[in-house]
Design a protein around this ligand. Structure first.
Ligand SMILES: CC(=O)SCCNC(=O)CCNC(=O)[C@H](O)C(C)(C)COP(=O)(O)OP(=O)(O)OC[C@H]1O[C@@H](n2cnc3c(N)ncnc32)[C@H](O)[C@@H]1OP(=O)(O)O
Ligand SMILES: O=CC(=O)O
Ligand SMILES: [Mg+2]
Length: 531
């Protein structure tokens, strides 16, 4: 393989990898790294500085220096691009061959093809994900499952619009190096998909579309916008063809929603309420501030508690004011074989999507093809024949910084059961991640990197803030260590934990839960353990 000057690939090249790691793709990766790499590092450093200010007693607020952007009523984002007008139901999922075909056959309007929360960035997944997307876009995707003998192919004309979610700014890609340095995982995912599929998508009447995760500021959005401009110029694609929906899923970003839309306005496809990472970020941002920022057991924090409600209401209002789509979040329920559990899961999903549709969201997410119809039904009731409800301005909504920060009034308890569940889910998820499956069904819920981050962060926060559980036990290192032992033993009753990645999963979980210094993302130490 001919590599552009300064580019190295340090991992094996499998069958057909040259179709994705093309000269153009590698040229774009090198260009993005050289033009944007230093700014990315600086922006990541700013994240750390903000956390330090909060730990020292600071807080989050709307920015004074960007008030003019918020006060200027004249600007709007670009009109919705083809394939992104009616988004009433979006399915998310990993990009392996089987899931790709199942997602394309699901009947959803949009498929979020995930290289992020639902994906482990194993080298194979990094390259074969876009390869599967390339085959899908060319209409050449099929799969024979060696385990079941089942044949898969795309059987519907009405396929969802593909929207790819690259990794967040924090994750490196160690297997592609430029000038001796690791590259940014997100820029690699962006470049590989754009160069392989961008033109084909335009020819098919849609375009290269992205979901952008885990951003913490409008400056980070500007960095993505600059990546889009560079990518379009290198490929000779008209400016504004790329579109991106930004996940508002960090606490700081909730205070910069308008500025984020503004930075990306010619490439914007709206905002999404990424509720799971949002909760993770709430815990992470104020992790050392004791009682005012403690959440109760993970599964008792619902979307209707005051601080979550404030966030989603503000998101809809902000988007519609600027002509952008507001997309709802993931209800983690997945169908169960147990009819009673199933009934509850569908009822909860319907409640969630009905509330979102009523609040003005233009569509929402599901994690499983079995949930597509229920989400569609909830939005059909509100939208009818209309493709979206961007005309619902929600001028009745008024959300202050204090509303967004009102974590203290969240009802619920911190219990031993909640602590045990966090430990058990965290370890089971890490085992799945380390073996290459970045999403897993655990206890009838979808778990992915975002939900697992909440689990491990709560353990850290409860331990490091010297919290008393509802039954009076104090969360100590000894208690956490004992519960890890006991939960591992319980997992061992149903799974063979003697081999595979179980020891690594347990060690990683223990390490990050007990460490004095909070680990920014659990995927960072986990990625280091990966070949
Ligand atoms: C916080 C966030 O970021 S949310 C977004 C990121 N997370 C995700 O995208 C998770 C998406 N969901 C999933 O990955 C899966 O639903 C899981 C892993 C949770 C459960 O998957 P499974 O254990 O395979 O569930 P189940 O056995 O019920 O699946 C039934 C069928 O539906 C398919 N399926 C399930 N979920 C999906 C999906 N999201 N996309 C495509 N197909 C799917 C399965 O492949 C399976 O197909 P098969 O019958 O041909 O074998
Ligand atoms: O990415 C979505 C989330 O909820 O996190
Ligand atoms: Mg997320």
């Amino acid at each position: 393989m001919d590599l552009p000057a300064g580019v190295e690939i340090t991992a094996p090249l499998g069958d057909r990898y040259d179709e994705i790691l093309s000269p153009k793709a590698l040229e774009l990766i090198a260009l993005l790294h050289r033009e944007l790499g230093t700014r990315r590092e600086e922006l990541l450093a700013r994240r750390g500085e903000r956390i330090e200010q909060i730990s020292a007693g600071g807080t989050l607020d709307f920015l004074e220096e960007t008030k003019a952007i918020r006060d200027d009523d004249s600007w709007r984002v670009a009109d919705p691009a083809p394939g992104l007008v009616d988004r009433r139901v979006e399915i998310t999922g990993p990009t392996d061959r089987k899931m790709t075909i199942n997602a394309l056959n699901s009947g959803a309007k949009v498929w979020l093809a995930d290289q992020e929360d639902a994906n482990t960035p194993l080298w194979e997944n990094v390259v074969e994900g876009p390869l599967n997307l390339l085959d899908a876009v060319k209409g050449q995707l099929s799969f024979d499952d060696p385990k079941t003998g089942k044949h898969y192919e795309v059987t519907t004309e009405e396929q969802p619009t593909i929207v790819v979610r690259p990794r967040g700014w924090h994750l490196p890609e160690k297997h592609i190096r430029v000038d001796g340095e690791p590259t940014a995982g997100g820029l690699v995912d962006f470049a590989l998909y754009l160069t392989a599929c961008g033109r084909l998508q335009i020819e098919a009447g849609k375009g290269p579309y992205f979901y952008l995760p885990k951003m913490e500021s409008h400056r980070e959005a500007r960095l993505w916008n600059d990546a889009f401009v560079l990518g379009q110029e290198l490929l000779g694609i008209p400016r504004g063809t790329i579109r991106a929906t930004v996940l508002i899923e960090t606490y700081p970003a909730a205070f910069e929603m308008e500025e984020i839309l503004y930075e990306l306005r010619e490439h914007s496809a709206g905002l999404n309420a990424g509720r799971w990472d949002y909760m993770f970020s709430v815990i992470k941002s104020f992790r050392s501030r004791g009682k005012d920022f403690l959440l109760p057991d993970r599964n008792s924090v619902t979307m209707t508690v005051p601080f979550m409600r404030a966030y989603t209401e503000l998101l809809v209002r902000t988007c519609h004011k600027r002509g952008a789509h507001a997309i709802g979040g993931m209800a983690a329920f997945i169908p169960s074989k147990d009819p009673k559990v199933n009934e509850v899961a569908f009822a909860k999903l319907t409640d969630d999507k009905t509330r979102e549709a009523g609040d003005g969201f233009d569509g929402s997410w599901v994690a499983h093809p079995g949930m597509v119809q229920a989400c569609r039904d909830a939005f059909d009731k509100v939208l009818g024949e209309k493709p979206n409800q961007r005309d619902r301005l929600r001028e009745d909504v008024s959300v202050t910084a204090a509303d967004l920060l009102d974590v203290a009034s969240t009802p619920g308890k911190i219990t031993e059961a909640g602590l045990r569940s966090n430990i058990s889910v965290g370890i089971q998820y890490l085992e799945s991640w380390l073996r290459g499956a970045g999403a897993a069904g655990i206890n009838n819920l979808m778990e992915d990197a975002a939900t697992a981050e909440i689990s491990r962060s709560q353990v850290w926060q409860w331990l490091h803030n010297d919290i008393e559980l509802h039954d009076g036990q104090r969360v100590t290192r000894e208690l956490v260590e004992r519960l890890i032992e006991e939960e591992m033993a319980k997992i061992g009753e149903h799974a063979d934990t003697s081999g595979g990645h179980w020891a690594e999963a347990r060690d990683t979980f223990t390490e990050i839960s007990l460490a004095d210094d909070y680990v920014d993302f659990l995927t960072l130490p986990a990625y280091e353990r990966m070949p």
